[in-house]
Design a protein around this ligand. Structure first.
Ligand SMILES: Cc1cc2nc3c(=O)[nH]c(=O)nc-3n(C[C@H](O)[C@H](O)[C@H](O)COP(=O)(O)O)c2cc1C
Length: 366
Protein backbone atom coordinates (compact mmCIF):
# COMPACT_ATOMS: atom_id res chain seq x y z
CA UNK A 1 0.00 0.00 0.00
CA UNK A 2 2.77 2.41 0.99
CA UNK A 3 4.67 1.64 -2.20
CA UNK A 4 1.54 2.15 -4.25
CA UNK A 5 0.82 5.48 -2.59
CA UNK A 6 4.41 6.62 -3.27
CA UNK A 7 4.04 5.55 -6.86
CA UNK A 8 0.82 7.53 -7.20
CA UNK A 9 2.45 10.64 -5.78
CA UNK A 10 5.42 10.13 -8.05
CA UNK A 11 3.18 10.01 -11.08
CA UNK A 12 1.45 13.19 -10.11
CA UNK A 13 4.43 15.20 -9.01
CA UNK A 14 3.68 14.50 -5.36
CA UNK A 15 2.22 17.89 -4.57
CA UNK A 16 -1.52 17.47 -4.81
CA UNK A 17 -3.67 18.21 -1.85
CA UNK A 18 -5.82 15.32 -0.69
CA UNK A 19 -7.89 17.29 1.77
CA UNK A 20 -11.56 16.42 1.44
CA UNK A 21 -13.24 19.00 3.60
CA UNK A 22 -14.88 17.99 6.85
CA UNK A 23 -15.11 14.25 6.24
CA UNK A 24 -12.07 12.01 6.36
CA UNK A 25 -12.18 9.67 3.39
CA UNK A 26 -8.45 9.30 3.04
CA UNK A 27 -8.63 5.73 4.32
CA UNK A 28 -11.24 4.46 1.95
CA UNK A 29 -11.00 6.10 -1.45
CA UNK A 30 -8.58 6.14 -4.28
CA UNK A 31 -6.90 2.81 -3.59
CA UNK A 32 -8.40 -0.39 -4.84
CA UNK A 33 -7.71 -2.39 -1.68
CA UNK A 34 -10.39 -0.38 0.11
CA UNK A 35 -13.83 -1.14 -1.22
CA UNK A 36 -16.43 1.50 -0.49
CA UNK A 37 -18.72 -1.34 0.53
CA UNK A 38 -16.46 -2.09 3.49
CA UNK A 39 -17.29 1.35 4.83
CA UNK A 40 -21.04 0.74 4.77
CA UNK A 41 -23.99 2.70 3.51
CA UNK A 42 -22.70 6.03 4.75
CA UNK A 43 -19.90 5.80 2.23
CA UNK A 44 -22.06 4.35 -0.54
CA UNK A 45 -24.23 7.47 -0.71
CA UNK A 46 -22.07 10.06 1.05
CA UNK A 47 -18.86 10.44 -0.89
CA UNK A 48 -16.54 13.27 -1.83
CA UNK A 49 -18.73 13.67 -4.93
CA UNK A 50 -21.84 14.40 -2.86
CA UNK A 51 -19.82 16.55 -0.52
CA UNK A 52 -18.05 18.60 -3.21
CA UNK A 53 -21.18 19.09 -5.30
CA UNK A 54 -23.59 19.59 -2.40
CA UNK A 55 -25.96 16.88 -3.64
CA UNK A 56 -27.82 14.08 -1.87
CA UNK A 57 -26.91 11.07 -4.04
CA UNK A 58 -23.73 10.56 -6.09
CA UNK A 59 -25.71 10.26 -9.33
CA UNK A 60 -25.00 12.55 -12.26
CA UNK A 61 -27.53 12.98 -15.08
CA UNK A 62 -25.00 12.96 -17.92
CA UNK A 63 -25.26 15.80 -20.42
CA UNK A 64 -26.98 14.72 -23.64
CA UNK A 65 -27.01 17.23 -26.48
CA UNK A 66 -30.51 18.32 -27.66
CA UNK A 67 -32.33 16.01 -25.23
CA UNK A 68 -31.27 16.91 -21.69
CA UNK A 69 -32.86 20.36 -21.53
CA UNK A 70 -33.87 22.46 -18.52
CA UNK A 71 -36.79 20.19 -17.46
CA UNK A 72 -34.54 17.14 -17.37
CA UNK A 73 -31.58 18.92 -15.76
CA UNK A 74 -33.77 20.36 -13.02
CA UNK A 75 -35.53 17.02 -12.45
CA UNK A 76 -32.22 15.20 -11.84
CA UNK A 77 -31.03 17.88 -9.43
CA UNK A 78 -34.41 18.03 -7.70
CA UNK A 79 -34.33 14.26 -7.17
CA UNK A 80 -31.01 14.57 -5.32
CA UNK A 81 -28.54 13.99 -8.18
CA UNK A 82 -26.74 16.53 -10.36
CA UNK A 83 -28.30 17.61 -13.65
CA UNK A 84 -25.95 18.87 -16.36
CA UNK A 85 -27.18 21.11 -19.18
CA UNK A 86 -25.15 20.61 -22.38
CA UNK A 87 -24.11 24.04 -23.73
CA UNK A 88 -23.69 22.56 -27.21
CA UNK A 89 -27.48 22.35 -27.63
CA UNK A 90 -27.87 26.11 -27.92
CA UNK A 91 -27.38 28.08 -31.12
CA UNK A 92 -26.36 31.19 -29.19
CA UNK A 93 -24.86 31.80 -25.78
CA UNK A 94 -27.89 33.98 -25.00
CA UNK A 95 -30.13 30.90 -25.52
CA UNK A 96 -27.88 29.02 -23.10
CA UNK A 97 -28.27 31.83 -20.54
CA UNK A 98 -32.08 31.66 -20.84
CA UNK A 99 -32.06 27.86 -20.38
CA UNK A 100 -29.86 28.19 -17.28
CA UNK A 101 -32.41 30.65 -15.87
CA UNK A 102 -35.20 28.13 -16.59
CA UNK A 103 -33.34 25.48 -14.58
CA UNK A 104 -33.04 27.98 -11.71
CA UNK A 105 -36.80 28.58 -11.77
CA UNK A 106 -37.45 24.82 -11.59
CA UNK A 107 -35.06 23.91 -8.79
CA UNK A 108 -33.04 25.50 -6.04
CA UNK A 109 -30.67 22.50 -5.94
CA UNK A 110 -27.16 22.52 -7.44
CA UNK A 111 -26.87 21.85 -11.18
CA UNK A 112 -24.22 22.31 -13.83
CA UNK A 113 -23.51 23.02 -17.46
CA UNK A 114 -21.46 20.79 -19.73
CA UNK A 115 -19.05 22.63 -22.01
CA UNK A 116 -17.51 20.76 -24.94
CA UNK A 117 -14.02 22.20 -25.40
CA UNK A 118 -14.00 21.72 -29.18
CA UNK A 119 -15.20 25.19 -30.17
CA UNK A 120 -17.84 25.44 -32.89
CA UNK A 121 -17.00 29.13 -33.33
CA UNK A 122 -13.87 30.97 -32.19
CA UNK A 123 -14.28 32.20 -28.62
CA UNK A 124 -17.47 30.22 -27.99
CA UNK A 125 -16.00 28.06 -25.20
CA UNK A 126 -14.72 31.15 -23.38
CA UNK A 127 -18.14 32.84 -23.76
CA UNK A 128 -19.87 29.80 -22.28
CA UNK A 129 -17.52 29.92 -19.31
CA UNK A 130 -18.23 33.65 -18.87
CA UNK A 131 -21.93 32.88 -18.80
CA UNK A 132 -21.37 30.21 -16.15
CA UNK A 133 -19.65 32.84 -14.01
CA UNK A 134 -22.22 35.58 -14.67
CA UNK A 135 -25.14 33.24 -13.96
CA UNK A 136 -23.40 31.73 -10.90
CA UNK A 137 -23.86 28.19 -12.19
CA UNK A 138 -22.72 25.88 -9.34
CA UNK A 139 -20.86 23.31 -11.50
CA UNK A 140 -19.10 23.31 -14.88
CA UNK A 141 -18.22 20.04 -16.58
CA UNK A 142 -15.70 20.28 -19.41
CA UNK A 143 -15.44 17.51 -22.01
CA UNK A 144 -14.39 16.47 -25.51
CA UNK A 145 -10.68 17.43 -25.34
CA UNK A 146 -7.88 18.26 -22.92
CA UNK A 147 -8.64 21.26 -20.70
CA UNK A 148 -4.99 22.37 -20.96
CA UNK A 149 -5.60 25.44 -23.21
CA UNK A 150 -8.29 26.60 -20.80
CA UNK A 151 -6.31 26.44 -17.54
CA UNK A 152 -6.66 30.22 -16.88
CA UNK A 153 -10.43 29.90 -17.35
CA UNK A 154 -10.62 26.87 -15.11
CA UNK A 155 -8.84 28.85 -12.42
CA UNK A 156 -11.30 31.76 -12.93
CA UNK A 157 -14.28 29.40 -12.62
CA UNK A 158 -12.86 27.99 -9.40
CA UNK A 159 -12.16 31.47 -7.99
CA UNK A 160 -15.82 32.29 -8.73
CA UNK A 161 -16.80 29.38 -6.47
CA UNK A 162 -17.77 27.06 -9.35
CA UNK A 163 -16.87 23.38 -9.02
CA UNK A 164 -15.03 22.18 -12.11
CA UNK A 165 -15.40 18.60 -13.33
CA UNK A 166 -13.93 17.08 -16.46
CA UNK A 167 -15.27 14.14 -18.46
CA UNK A 168 -13.03 11.88 -20.51
CA UNK A 169 -12.74 8.27 -21.63
CA UNK A 170 -9.19 7.20 -20.70
CA UNK A 171 -7.11 7.01 -17.55
CA UNK A 172 -4.34 9.17 -19.06
CA UNK A 173 -6.77 11.96 -19.91
CA UNK A 174 -8.22 11.81 -16.38
CA UNK A 175 -4.73 12.18 -14.89
CA UNK A 176 -3.96 15.15 -17.11
CA UNK A 177 -7.33 16.78 -16.25
CA UNK A 178 -6.42 16.43 -12.59
CA UNK A 179 -3.07 18.07 -13.31
CA UNK A 180 -4.78 20.94 -15.19
CA UNK A 181 -7.03 21.76 -12.24
CA UNK A 182 -10.21 19.66 -12.51
CA UNK A 183 -11.65 19.02 -9.05
CA UNK A 184 -13.58 15.88 -10.03
CA UNK A 185 -13.32 13.64 -13.07
CA UNK A 186 -15.76 11.37 -14.88
CA UNK A 187 -14.39 8.50 -16.95
CA UNK A 188 -16.71 6.72 -19.37
CA UNK A 189 -16.05 3.20 -20.57
CA UNK A 190 -16.45 1.81 -24.08
CA UNK A 191 -20.07 0.78 -23.37
CA UNK A 192 -21.08 4.44 -23.18
CA UNK A 193 -23.47 6.26 -25.45
CA UNK A 194 -21.94 9.28 -27.18
CA UNK A 195 -18.16 9.30 -27.55
CA UNK A 196 -16.24 6.52 -25.82
CA UNK A 197 -12.50 6.14 -26.30
CA UNK A 198 -10.84 4.70 -29.39
CA UNK A 199 -8.85 2.56 -26.90
CA UNK A 200 -12.06 0.52 -26.43
CA UNK A 201 -11.47 -0.22 -22.72
CA UNK A 202 -14.62 -0.94 -20.75
CA UNK A 203 -15.81 0.58 -17.47
CA UNK A 204 -14.99 -2.60 -15.52
CA UNK A 205 -11.25 -2.08 -16.09
CA UNK A 206 -11.00 1.69 -16.53
CA UNK A 207 -12.49 2.58 -13.16
CA UNK A 208 -10.32 0.48 -10.83
CA UNK A 209 -7.23 1.50 -12.88
CA UNK A 210 -8.12 5.16 -12.53
CA UNK A 211 -9.12 4.82 -8.86
CA UNK A 212 -5.60 3.59 -8.10
CA UNK A 213 -3.99 6.63 -9.71
CA UNK A 214 -6.24 9.64 -9.18
CA UNK A 215 -6.43 11.74 -6.06
CA UNK A 216 -9.52 13.74 -7.08
CA UNK A 217 -12.94 12.06 -6.82
CA UNK A 218 -13.77 9.72 -9.67
CA UNK A 219 -17.19 9.31 -11.27
CA UNK A 220 -17.86 6.22 -13.39
CA UNK A 221 -19.92 6.30 -16.58
CA UNK A 222 -20.67 3.91 -19.38
CA UNK A 223 -23.11 1.02 -19.12
CA UNK A 224 -24.64 2.03 -15.78
CA UNK A 225 -28.42 1.90 -15.81
CA UNK A 226 -29.69 0.51 -12.53
CA UNK A 227 -28.88 -0.19 -8.86
CA UNK A 228 -26.59 -3.10 -9.77
CA UNK A 229 -24.50 -0.89 -11.99
CA UNK A 230 -24.39 1.81 -9.32
CA UNK A 231 -23.15 -0.54 -6.59
CA UNK A 232 -20.68 -2.18 -8.99
CA UNK A 233 -19.21 1.20 -9.96
CA UNK A 234 -18.80 2.17 -6.32
CA UNK A 235 -17.14 -1.19 -5.58
CA UNK A 236 -14.75 -0.56 -8.48
CA UNK A 237 -13.53 2.59 -6.74
CA UNK A 238 -15.80 5.31 -8.12
CA UNK A 239 -17.40 7.82 -5.76
CA UNK A 240 -20.32 8.52 -8.06
CA UNK A 241 -21.91 7.50 -11.34
CA UNK A 242 -22.85 9.34 -14.52
CA UNK A 243 -25.86 7.95 -16.35
CA UNK A 244 -26.85 8.93 -19.87
CA UNK A 245 -28.58 6.23 -21.91
CA UNK A 246 -30.91 4.97 -19.16
CA UNK A 247 -32.13 8.52 -18.55
CA UNK A 248 -33.25 8.80 -22.21
CA UNK A 249 -36.35 6.79 -21.29
CA UNK A 250 -37.59 9.16 -18.60
CA UNK A 251 -40.63 11.41 -18.85
CA UNK A 252 -38.56 14.58 -18.47
CA UNK A 253 -36.05 13.77 -21.20
CA UNK A 254 -36.85 15.61 -24.44
CA UNK A 255 -37.06 12.48 -26.56
CA UNK A 256 -40.18 11.65 -28.57
CA UNK A 257 -42.31 8.80 -27.08
CA UNK A 258 -41.74 6.73 -30.27
CA UNK A 259 -38.00 6.79 -29.65
CA UNK A 260 -38.51 5.91 -25.98
CA UNK A 261 -40.57 2.90 -27.12
CA UNK A 262 -37.80 1.91 -29.55
CA UNK A 263 -35.28 2.07 -26.70
CA UNK A 264 -37.43 -0.26 -24.59
CA UNK A 265 -37.50 -2.76 -27.46
CA UNK A 266 -33.73 -2.55 -28.08
CA UNK A 267 -31.20 -4.93 -26.58
CA UNK A 268 -27.62 -4.44 -25.41
CA UNK A 269 -26.45 -5.72 -28.79
CA UNK A 270 -28.38 -3.03 -30.67
CA UNK A 271 -25.69 -0.33 -30.71
CA UNK A 272 -22.77 0.16 -33.09
CA UNK A 273 -19.74 2.38 -33.27
CA UNK A 274 -19.48 4.81 -36.19
CA UNK A 275 -17.00 7.62 -36.96
CA UNK A 276 -14.02 5.51 -35.94
CA UNK A 277 -12.01 6.89 -38.82
CA UNK A 278 -12.95 10.55 -38.58
CA UNK A 279 -13.79 12.52 -35.46
CA UNK A 280 -13.47 9.70 -32.97
CA UNK A 281 -15.85 6.87 -32.18
CA UNK A 282 -19.54 7.52 -31.63
CA UNK A 283 -21.83 4.85 -30.14
CA UNK A 284 -25.31 4.97 -31.64
CA UNK A 285 -28.43 2.85 -31.91
CA UNK A 286 -28.12 0.21 -34.65
CA UNK A 287 -30.58 1.35 -37.33
CA UNK A 288 -30.52 1.35 -41.15
CA UNK A 289 -28.91 4.82 -41.23
CA UNK A 290 -26.11 3.84 -38.84
CA UNK A 291 -25.50 0.62 -40.86
CA UNK A 292 -25.29 2.70 -44.05
CA UNK A 293 -22.81 5.10 -42.42
CA UNK A 294 -20.70 2.16 -41.29
CA UNK A 295 -20.68 0.66 -44.80
CA UNK A 296 -19.62 4.03 -46.26
CA UNK A 297 -16.86 4.40 -43.67
CA UNK A 298 -15.67 0.86 -44.37
CA UNK A 299 -15.32 1.65 -48.08
CA UNK A 300 -13.48 4.90 -47.17
CA UNK A 301 -16.16 7.25 -48.48
CA UNK A 302 -15.05 10.87 -48.64
CA UNK A 303 -15.81 13.32 -45.84
CA UNK A 304 -17.98 15.24 -48.33
CA UNK A 305 -20.20 12.17 -48.70
CA UNK A 306 -20.19 11.41 -44.99
CA UNK A 307 -20.86 14.82 -43.46
CA UNK A 308 -24.54 15.00 -44.49
CA UNK A 309 -24.98 11.50 -43.06
CA UNK A 310 -23.53 12.62 -39.70
CA UNK A 311 -25.81 15.68 -39.54
CA UNK A 312 -26.84 16.60 -35.99
CA UNK A 313 -30.00 18.16 -37.46
CA UNK A 314 -31.26 14.71 -38.55
CA UNK A 315 -30.78 13.42 -34.98
CA UNK A 316 -32.42 16.50 -33.47
CA UNK A 317 -35.42 16.15 -35.81
CA UNK A 318 -35.81 12.43 -35.02
CA UNK A 319 -35.60 12.99 -31.26
CA UNK A 320 -38.07 15.88 -31.34
CA UNK A 321 -40.67 14.48 -33.74
CA UNK A 322 -40.21 10.70 -33.61
CA UNK A 323 -39.99 10.84 -37.44
CA UNK A 324 -37.03 9.51 -39.39
CA UNK A 325 -35.84 7.28 -36.55
CA UNK A 326 -34.26 5.04 -39.23
CA UNK A 327 -32.61 8.00 -40.96
CA UNK A 328 -30.48 9.54 -38.22
CA UNK A 329 -27.58 8.71 -35.91
CA UNK A 330 -29.12 8.33 -32.46
CA UNK A 331 -26.61 8.45 -29.60
CA UNK A 332 -27.16 5.43 -27.36
CA UNK A 333 -25.05 3.15 -25.14
CA UNK A 334 -25.15 -0.57 -24.41
CA UNK A 335 -27.20 0.22 -21.28
CA UNK A 336 -30.15 0.43 -23.67
CA UNK A 337 -30.47 -3.29 -22.93
CA UNK A 338 -31.35 -2.35 -19.35
CA UNK A 339 -34.30 -0.13 -20.30
CA UNK A 340 -37.68 -1.78 -19.83
CA UNK A 341 -39.97 1.13 -19.00
CA UNK A 342 -40.37 4.88 -19.17
CA UNK A 343 -40.36 6.33 -15.67
CA UNK A 344 -39.87 9.75 -14.12
CA UNK A 345 -36.36 10.88 -13.23
CA UNK A 346 -37.38 10.84 -9.57
CA UNK A 347 -38.62 7.24 -9.82
CA UNK A 348 -35.43 6.09 -11.53
CA UNK A 349 -33.17 7.70 -8.94
CA UNK A 350 -35.32 6.34 -6.10
CA UNK A 351 -35.18 2.87 -7.70
CA UNK A 352 -31.38 3.04 -7.88
CA UNK A 353 -31.05 4.20 -4.28
CA UNK A 354 -33.51 1.65 -2.87
CA UNK A 355 -32.07 -1.13 -5.01
CA UNK A 356 -28.52 -0.25 -3.96
CA UNK A 357 -29.50 -0.46 -0.29
CA UNK A 358 -31.02 -3.93 -0.87
CA UNK A 359 -27.94 -5.14 -2.76
CA UNK A 360 -25.69 -3.83 -0.03
CA UNK A 361 -27.68 -5.69 2.63
CA UNK A 362 -27.50 -8.88 0.57
CA UNK A 363 -23.76 -8.59 -0.02
CA UNK A 364 -22.81 -7.89 3.56
CA UNK A 365 -24.38 -11.11 4.93
CA UNK A 366 -22.03 -14.12 5.16
C1 LIG B 1 -28.08 10.84 -26.80
C2 LIG B 1 -26.78 11.19 -26.14
C3 LIG B 1 -26.25 12.46 -26.31
C4 LIG B 1 -25.06 12.81 -25.69
N1 LIG B 1 -24.58 14.10 -25.82
C5 LIG B 1 -23.46 14.47 -25.14
C6 LIG B 1 -23.02 15.83 -25.19
O1 LIG B 1 -23.63 16.70 -25.82
N2 LIG B 1 -21.90 16.16 -24.50
C7 LIG B 1 -21.21 15.22 -23.77
O2 LIG B 1 -20.19 15.56 -23.15
N3 LIG B 1 -21.61 13.93 -23.71
C8 LIG B 1 -22.72 13.54 -24.36
N4 LIG B 1 -23.17 12.25 -24.28
C9 LIG B 1 -22.45 11.29 -23.39
C10 LIG B 1 -23.05 11.28 -21.99
O3 LIG B 1 -22.88 12.53 -21.37
C11 LIG B 1 -22.40 10.19 -21.10
O4 LIG B 1 -20.99 10.34 -21.11
C12 LIG B 1 -22.77 8.77 -21.51
O5 LIG B 1 -24.10 8.71 -21.95
C13 LIG B 1 -22.59 7.81 -20.33
O6 LIG B 1 -22.73 6.47 -20.73
P1 LIG B 1 -24.14 5.69 -20.80
O7 LIG B 1 -24.80 6.21 -22.02
O8 LIG B 1 -23.74 4.27 -20.92
O9 LIG B 1 -24.90 5.99 -19.57
C14 LIG B 1 -24.36 11.86 -24.90
C15 LIG B 1 -24.89 10.57 -24.74
C16 LIG B 1 -26.10 10.23 -25.34
C17 LIG B 1 -26.65 8.84 -25.12
Amino acid sequence: MGAQRDNVQGLQGGGLNASHGSLDYSFCFGYSEYSVLEEGLVSLFKTRVTEYLGIEYPIIGAAMGYVSLSDFTAAVSDAGGLGLLPATTYASTEDLRQEIRKVRKLTDKPFGINIGLLARQPGRVEQEMEIAIEERVPVVETAARSPEPFIPYIERLKRAGIKVMHKCATVRHALSAEQYGAELVTIVGFEAGGRPSADEVTTMVLIPRAADLLRIPLIAGGGIGNARGFVAAMALGAEGVAIGTRFLATHECAVHPRLKELLIQSKETDTIIVQRSTRGPLRVLRNPHAQRVLEMENRSASLEELLPMYSGQRSKHACETGEGLDEALLGCGEAVGLINSVVSVKELIAEIVTGARAIYERLKTD
